[in-house]
Ligand binder design. Structure first.
Ligand SMILES: CC(=O)N[C@H]1[C@@H](OP(=O)(O)OP(=O)(O)OC[C@H]2O[C@@H](n3ccc(=O)[nH]c3=O)[C@H](O)[C@@H]2O)O[C@H](CO)[C@@H](O)[C@@H]1O[C@H](C)C(=O)N[C@@H](C)C(=O)N[C@H](CCC(=O)O)C(=O)O
Ligand SMILES: Nc1ncnc2c1ncn2[C@@H]1O[C@H](COP(=O)(O)OP(=O)(O)OP(=O)(O)O)[C@@H](O)[C@H]1O
Ligand SMILES: N[C@H](CCC[C@H](N)C(=O)O)C(=O)O
Ligand SMILES: [Mg+2]
Length: 498
């Protein structure tokens, strides 16, 4: 609990308080639906609505104060804190409110276009094997040791993030491994956190709807690495783990003013992967690092997972985990839900559900499937609505070039018209098709998956891309339950029953 006066003292700019500054605050939320007695309600102007419209409702639910840009007429009494920029004020107040949990635990941040979730999970797995209590924050969920909690964003906003971190600290977590999205870096959702180890996976096209230019996107990612050498740090031993094979590695390295460990397969790196072999369920490779050379056999596959594993080894090494522990932990790491996940329902072809929803990840997933020497690849995929439109034709072209039969379908159309989205994807497919190559467009994702299963022959791979672990489809009429793995299984069983 902190008083309004104490909280406001943290604000770096000007503020005005209308009401009793000694009022005690028990919690902070920007969502009126989550307000409890004694809370401070923060009015954010959002994309869909303006939080200030819900201030009265928040006060009715027990909020004793509101943080706003302008004085609001409220039916009930509440202290009003007025600031020019609510986001900036929140960045100053909220980490202080929670006593800076993100400066008290070892913080490992993973950023990059693809591979954040996978890499974070591998790092967490190794750290746990080393006996640490580890919290995880990312796309799929938050984990406090084994306890799973739902999460709203890959990297939640400052308020939700600090609340999670405080809970983790209270529950005895010593390390937190978290995905740090480019949105989070651009919007400073990570305010008040001091990272100790930061990982760069790669940078390829995504989110240009938000960042506008690739330079802005890179600049957002680079912020995580710049943060490792800030002066106000209370902990030492900062390390950046950088994929040297990535085209934008230099841009990231320029931002690093701390110890750097590079990893890669093509270029010379501090952690060098070599002698790779990739099969449907396994991969094997050698890693040479500051600790010598070790041969690894993994239960995850794909060249991209070799990179994710190298990154994780680098992070674990930076966090002081010894090689024997790393090696042992990696042997019993199993795949992350929805990342190159096999669906086995007794069919004589392979079905892979994968979260590739960017041009690069779709290409990597298709290349990985090709490495397995299938007879043919049938790729069911789509592109999200209300997201970077420019990636649609690119993903279409890649699917046509890298799969034998591309099947375009819907992937969370959100507020957009699904027919219009698939048309944009199909335009790219048509560019990539070779003469006589079959392609299909089936807007309904269930029907598209059924069609792929119907077309599949022994020895084929059906890659169902884009939704991975997601168990929903976001339509303009609402969100429905939809799980690619369930639907694929149903499709196989339905076909057998014919
Ligand atoms: C575009 C965007 O970033 N939107 C974020 C934003 O939501 P919003 O602006 O739509 O909020 P809004 O619905 O207009 O509401 C405005 C305010 O009114 C409040 N409200 C609203 C209704 C009500 O009854 N009461 C109430 O108090 C809301 O809590 C909010 O504070 O604020 C929300 C709360 O912080 C976020 O969850 C939400 O992320 C949405 C879900 C999202 O999809 N964001 C994506 C673009 C994103 O951030 N992605 C990145 C990258 C992932 C990756 O790596 O690929 C991520 O980190 O997740
Ligand atoms: N290192 C990598 N390079 C390229 N593609 C990758 C890499 N790792 C995973 N992928 C592909 O990207 C997909 C998503 O992987 P993952 O969930 O780990 O990435 P992410 O960065 O967390 O994604 P998001 O931005 O949605 O949070 C995987 O299903 C796989 O197809
Ligand atoms: N974190 C990503 C997830 C995309 C998942 C895909 N299924 C889609 O809906 O586009 C985003 O919000 O852009
Ligand atoms: Mg993720």
């Amino acid at each position: 609990m902190k008083s309004i006066a104490e909280l406001c003292k943290q604000i770096k700019g000007i503020y005005n308080i209308d009401g009793n500054a000694n009022t005690q605050i028990t919690g902070i939320s920007s969502d009126s639906r989550d307000i409890e007695p004694g809370y401070l309600f923060v009015c954010f102007a959002g994309v869909h609505t303006d939080g200030s419209k819900y201030a009265a409702q928040a006060v009715e639910k027990g909020a004793v104060a509101i943080l706003t840009t302008k004085h609001l007429p409220l039916p009930q009494k509440a202290v009003q804190i007025m600031v020019p920029d609510v986001h900036h004020a929140v960045e100053d107040m909220v980490p202080y409110f929670y006593d800076y949990p993100g400066k008290k635990m070892r913080m490992i941040g993973v950023t990059g276009t693809n591979g954040k979730t996978t890499t974070s999970h591998i790092i967490a797995h190794i750290l746990r094997a080393a006996g640490h209590h580890v919290g995880v924050l990312g796309t799929i969920h938050a984990l406090i040791d084994d306890e799973e909690l739902p999460i709203h964003n890959t990297t939640p906003d400052v308020i939700e993030l600090q609340r999670f971190l405080a809970l983790m600290y209270d529950r005895g977590m010593t390390h937190v491994v978290m995905e740090v999205s480019s949105h989070a870096l651009a919007l400073n959702r990570v305010a008040g956190i001091e990272y100790d180890t930061a990982v760069f996976t790669n940078l390829t096209q995504d989110h240009l709807d938000f960042h506008k230019t690739f330079e802005n996107y890179l600049a957002a990612k680079a912020k995580l690495f710049q943060s490792l050498s800030r002066e106000e740090h209370v902990k030492d031993n900062k390390t950046a783990i950088v994929n040297i094979d990535d085209a934008y590695a230099d841009g990231i390295l320029k931002a690093c003013h701390c110890r750097v460990l590079t990893y890669g397969v093509e270029k010379k790196a501090d952690l060098q992967g070599a002698n790779l072999s990739v099969e449907l369920k396994h991969s094997a490779f050698d890693v040479t690092g500051p600790f010598g050379t070790v041969h690894l056999k993994m239960n995850i596959t794909g060249l991209f997972n070799v990179y994710n594993t190298l990154a994780a080894i680098g992070a674990a090494h930076a966090e002081g985990v010894d090689l024997a522990t790393i090696e042992k932990a990696l042997q019993d790491f199993h795949s992350v839900p929805g990342r190159f996940e096999l669906v086995e329902a007794g069919q004589d072809f392979a079905i892979v559900v994968d979260y590739s929803h960017t041009p690069d990840s779709l290409e990597k997933a298709l290349e990985t499937a090709r490495d397995m020497k299938p007879k043919r690849i049938l790729a069911v995929f789509g592109c999200g609505g209300d997201r970077d439109r420019t990636k649609r034709p690119i993903m279409g072209r890649i699917a046509a070039e890298k799969a034998d039969i591309p099947i375009v379908t819907s992937d969370n159309p959100r507020s957009e018209n699904p027919d219009a989205i698939v048309a944009e994807v199909e335009a790219g497919v048509k560019e990539g098709l070779h003469p006589g190559q079959q392609h299909e467009v089936i807007v309904d994702r269930r029907q598209a998956i059924y069609r792929a299963v119907e077309l599949a022959q022994p020895g084929d791979i059906v890659l169902i891309a884009g939704k991975g672990h997601e168990d929903y489809q976001i339509l303009n009429t609402g969100t429905i339950h939809f799980d690619d793995r369930e639907v694929a299984r149903d499709a196989v069983l339905a076909l057998k029953g014919r």
